[in-house]
Design a binder for this molecule. Structure first.
Ligand SMILES: [Zn+2]
Length: 366
């Protein structure tokens, strides 16, 4: 836990993303959000926006107008829309709410995040219109006796039903000149443009932000370690930066992890384990020598046959002769993608044949 907190603090420092701004409301329990099993009756006849015929367009308008016409004094209708400029990109939410016999009662728009998705924007649009809609509908209630009810409603749609309010979320055809829909669309687009300039304190932190921050922070940490490390110096001279090293096309995710360990020197091999106190003063490999990445890949007598096959294969297929840690684990100047791929695959095959990483990084992880 302490480690997680200091990691979070460091991530904040390096990426200027304030962890406290990750609002609970943006943490959706998506498991609870399901597609409706029963599509509304009008759904199937309305086509989709790409291939809709004129007749279907008219039908769309009729259907929605009729739904609105059926609205009573006690009902409100809200059109919501989300807009995203890129994926992920600046995104915003828009909504218009009609109440009291479909008079426009509120127009809402809200820039949501600088790097968000269309799904996030759509959900925020529904959320904000639900909140405001409930306020509109409960305006005439005795506030004292309903304060707790309103609180409950906000939290749970089931409570909402028990209090006699029915919330129906349904799909509306887009781009068929339905005024409410078009307004929501414009509001959402405006909000998305505004999201570009969101001040940090109002910017919702999205999953994309967290991913990017984690990526950056891990990269920085790796780079720092790489600079001060005593190990892998011959490799360091060839590739002093860690920047592009993870763009390689590793044979599998499992191998990616093993290669990363071998390159940084932070490995499951005993030499490192001993340095960080995980084993009892045994630096050595089964053969008796210190078990470094260099030893494991190039020197250990336990794997002579496997190594001979690997070196033979690499020089035959790729033509690399002076093999060392750097030339085995990275892409060399003048080496094309296919050559690098074959080389890494051959090294991966060696690693698998030695079985040395099988306990630490199980085969099934690939
Ligand atoms: Zn050995």
């Amino acid at each position: 836990m302490g480690k997680a907190l200091s990691q979070a603090a460091e991530m904040e420092k390096q990426t200027k993303i304030d962890i406290d701004l990750i609002e609970p409301e943006f943490t959706y329990r998506l498991g609870e959000t399901q597609m409706t099993q029963l599509k509304p009756l009008y759904w199937s006849r309305l086509g989709n926006s790409k291939s809709r015929t004129n007749e279907q367009q008219e039908l769309c308008q009729e259907t929605i107008n009729q739904l609105m016409g059926d609205c009573t004094q006690e009902q409100a209708i809200s059109f919501t829309d989300g807009s995203c400029l890129g994926n992920p990109g600046p995104c915003g939410a828009g909504a218009i709410i009609y109440a009291e016999h479909i008079k426009p009662a509120a127009r809402l728009h809200r820039p949501v995040a600088q790097r968000g998705s269309i799904l996030l924007a759509e959900l925020i649009a529904i959320l904000m219109s639900k909140r405001r809609g409930i306020k509109l509908l409960t305006l005439n209630w005795d506030p004292n006796s309903y304060i707790s009810a309103i609180r409950e409603i906000k939290e749970n749609i089931e409570h909402l039903r028990q209090k006699g309010l029915n919330l129906i979320v349904s799909w509306t055809p887009g781009h068929v000149n339905i005024a409410g829909n078009d307004e929501a669309d414009i509001l959402a687009k405006t909000a998305a443009w505004e999201a570009k300039e969101l001040p940090p304190e109002n910017n919702a932190i999205t999953l994309q932000d967290v991913k990017q921050a984690a990526y950056k922070s891990t990269g920085n940490k790796w780079h720092r370690r790489w600079e001060i490390s005593e190990r892998g110096r011959d490799l360091y001279e060839k590739i002093p930066t860690t920047k592009h090293s993870i763009m390689f096309d590793f044979p599998t995710k499992r191998h990616f992890s093993i290669f990363a360990q071998l390159r940084t020197g932070y490995t499951e091999l005993n030499y490192y384990k001993n340095r960080v106190g995980q084993t009892n003063a045994i630096e050595s490999c089964n053969c008796g020598a210190p078990e470094t990445p260099q030893h494991f890949l190039l020197e250990c007598s336990c794997y002579e046959n496997e190594r001979e096959d690997m070196l033979h294969q690499i020089s035959k297929e790729v033509g690399v002769r002076n093999l060392n840690l750097a030339t085995m684990l990275t892409r060399l100047d003048g080496e094309n993608t296919e050559e690098t791929k074959v080389k890494l695959q051959t090294v991966a095959h060696y690693i698998d044949r030695t079985g040395r990483f099988n306990t630490a990084v199980p085969q099934s992880q690939s």
